[in-house]
Write a new protein. Structure first.
Length: 338
């Protein structure tokens, strides 16, 4: 048995398919830099809602939040006494400081407030929902991440206190364990509390009644936390993990992680090559014979006999062709080069 030469048709087909696949893979990889780059938080806002079976009201909301880079903070400020952030890159850590006063006015009509106060008597459940919304540049399709937490019942204020604040007989109520102080935003676009640090934030929600009405958020432990200066509202320490840059590879890694890259390139491209190369021995009688002139002539004779209505001749020629293909020896004889 001779080794296939470089001019063999089957060899040329396989080589061309593999070369095209290889060039395609190189082009895909060249469109993205596998080195991850910083992906800081570009925008942040906070919201506190109260909910009963009768509906949901937004008490406090602010979009006025500053983002301070960790390496730009005053060296005298120690926001990590336990050292849990030492394993992270300083370029990925930010201090988010928000204003205590809401950026929206409390414009709920008195009749709605009255009905909501009554619903607190009728309904057994009252929920308070705290939400962080963070915006980054990447990954595409997951630029905005949300951390939403429903406060556990033991940490909720008394319903009577909430009623008194809404009807004007009190100015504030306290909520405990609103959210963790430390967050980690993953490269794939998920926001999670930092497992090693379980410091939770408690706050007083205060309603201000002057010419207009608005809510304020006052961190109970703000005196123990430095770094935000005059901003005494919601504060969090965010670790935003690095992500791949823009490009096909970067987008694939960002959206689907390394498993998405594996499925896209290894399984898909591998399956394509396998389909091109599978069952080659079954294709040899049709694609890799020395000379098929006699077999082609036999096929043309079958077509001519059918066209002339010589069905008996057609059947004899047809079974002759089948017999040739069923016998490797006869097939080799009929396809020899003269």
């Amino acid at each position: 048995m001779s080794i296939r030469g470089k001019h063999d048709p089957l060899f040329i087909t396989i080589y061309s398919n593999c070369a095209c696949t290889f060039r395609f893979s190189l082009q895909m990889y060249s469109s993205g830099n596998p080195t991850n780059i910083a992906n800081p938080v570009k925008d942040a806002n906070v919201q506190v809602d109260i909910k009963t079976a009768s509906g949901r009201l937004t008490l406090y909301q602010t979009t006025l939040c500053e983002r301070l880079q960790w390496d730009k903070l005053n060296a005298d400020i120690n926001l990590d006494p336990r050292g849990v952030l030492d394993t992270y890159n300083e370029n990925d850590i930010q201090l988010i400081c928000c204003q205590a006063d809401a950026s929206i006015l409390w414009l709920v009509p008195n009749v709605v407030q009255t009905r909501f106060i009554q619903s607190l008597d009728w309904e057994m459940d009252m929920d308070i929902i705290f939400t962080w919304v963070l915006t980054r540049d990447r990954p595409k399709g997951k630029e905005v991440v949300k951390y939403e937490r429903t406060i556990d019942p033991p940490y909720l204020p008394k319903k009577s206190d909430v009623q008194k604040v809404l009807n004007g007989s009190m100015n504030s109520f306290r909520i405990y364990n609103l959210y963790p102080r430390y967050f980690r935003v993953t490269g794939s676009g998920d926001i999670r509390p930092l497992e090693q640090e379980e410091i939770s934030v408690s706050a007083d929600l205060v309603i201000n009644r002057v010419d207009n009405e608005w809510w304020s958020f006052h961190d109970v432990n703000s005196s123990n936390v430095t770094g935000c200066g005059r901003l005494t509202g919601p504060m969090a320490i965010i670790i935003s993990e690095e992500t791949p840059p823009q490009g096909i590879i970067g987008d694939t890694l960002s959206k689907f992680s390394i498993w998405g890259l594996y499925i896209t390139f290894v399984l898909a491209v591998g399956r394509f090559i396998r389909l091109q190369c599978s069952d080659l021995r079954m294709r040899i009688p049709y694609e890799n014979l020395p000379s098929c002139d006699r077999l082609i002539a036999l096929c043309e004779d079958i077509y001519a006999a059918r066209a002339e209505g010589e069905l008996g001749v057609e059947e004899v020629l047809y079974w002759t062709l089948v017999k040739i293909y069923r016998s490797p020896h006869m097939l080799l004889e009929y396809t020899k080069t003269e």
